[in-house]
Design a protein around this ligand. Sequence first.
Ligand code: HEM
Length: 454
Amino acid sequence: MALQTEQAVPELAGGWPLIGHLRDFLQDPVSMLGRGWREHGELVRFRLGPRDCVLFTGPEAHDAYFRAPEDQLDAKAVYQFTVPIFGRGVAYDAAPEIMDQQLGFLYPALRESAMRRFARLMFEEASLFANGLGDAGTIDLPQAMNKLTVRIASRCLLGREVRDQVDTGFAEAYHDLQKGINTLGFFFPRLPTPAHRRRDRARRRVVALFSRIMTERRRSGARPDDFMQTLMAARYKDGRALTDDEISGIILTALFAGQHTSAVLATWTGLELLRAPSYLDLIRNEMREVYRETEAMSLTGLKQQLALEYAVRENERLHPPLILLIRKVLRTVEYTGHTIPAGALAMVSPAVSHRLPEVFADPERFVPERFAPPASEDKQHDYALIGFGGGKHRCMGKHFAYLQLKAIWSVLLDRFDFRADGAVPAPDYGSWVTGPETPCRIRYKRRTKASVFR
Ligand code: HEM
């Protein structure tokens, strides 16, 4: 980062003694941080209680943020609340080079040939789900998408054995683990609250379940093509195999990073699309074109569904499930003549950065076509669209997530007509992953038109 005449980052007006900007932040962080950007531009400082925070906004600032080395902007310190879930010695509790190796083990499980298989499994799971809906009714969309994405993640990432136990124990344990992520746990992850005790019990149940499956696979010699098997075959650079606890922890890392985020983005995608009937027609026409020859959902077909792809991307822009990415400043950062001292928290907010009118025209409007050539608004800069992060910690599951969202909505739009009343619901900032305020019910009715899929 270039060093110029150094000065402190300007502070956002409206801070209070002791609590700083905490009240506004808890109420509506995106409005507050958006105001920070409008008043001060790329860098703005604010206080959450005793903690100094600096927001980096705009593609150039993101570039500096994401390129900063780990010993300067550190993710590990911020993600300590995940340690009781992922486990000791796993991910953010491991040395950075070990975490790199652990996450690196997952890449083979996300290669193109695996994606081809996943597309089929996603189609099967979404179809099963659609069959279960009957001819007409009402669903709470966030709940429905949560259920479906747990099934898809279990089937694709964990394997058949876990998928078969989803409704008999795994989903419940997983739910208790999720509940272990709360505001208190962010600051005091080991505090013995009832929710934390349930979280710890749930982790033991999940590890026991995974261990039983691994033992059975070793006994029978079965080698299904999934995350678990990939990790069972993996070796650290020093030749050591992973323990069952490490394998369980890495699987939980991927599951936690990918499932709820996918459920939330699937929900937003539905909520926006159901209010854009002409764009829905475009997506359905495209499906008829793409599947005219093959009639079966496939990776190739899903890749050709560009109108749907742009709709998902527009939801990533308008409703990024992770509205804040956070790092702890370990060494002073200098950017555009400003100094950010060690000890502060450095943040980028995809939700704020995706609403910059210099980057995205008419940014509050849902306009999927903005991603189509020639506009291709996201292509102006590597870090214009950052819903999946960037740099060293960028999301490894982005392609999986896109594939999944496209598969889900292709099946649902093929089978049903939907109705949602009123405007798109407001975001609920009360949880780590930002979905719409609930309940969030939509009505559906089976279509009489023949399916485009066999
Ligand atoms: C819509 C769905 C998803 C969204 C919005 C999303 C978003 C993100 C973001 C913003 C980050 C960066 C976090 C940071 O910089 O602090 C990230 C990291 C990560 N994501 Fe995703 N993600 C999604 C789905 C997935 C899926 C499906 C998987 C696994 C198959 C996954 C695995 C990961 C992992 C392991 C990391 C941590 C990488 C690291 O720290 O090196 N994500 N994700």
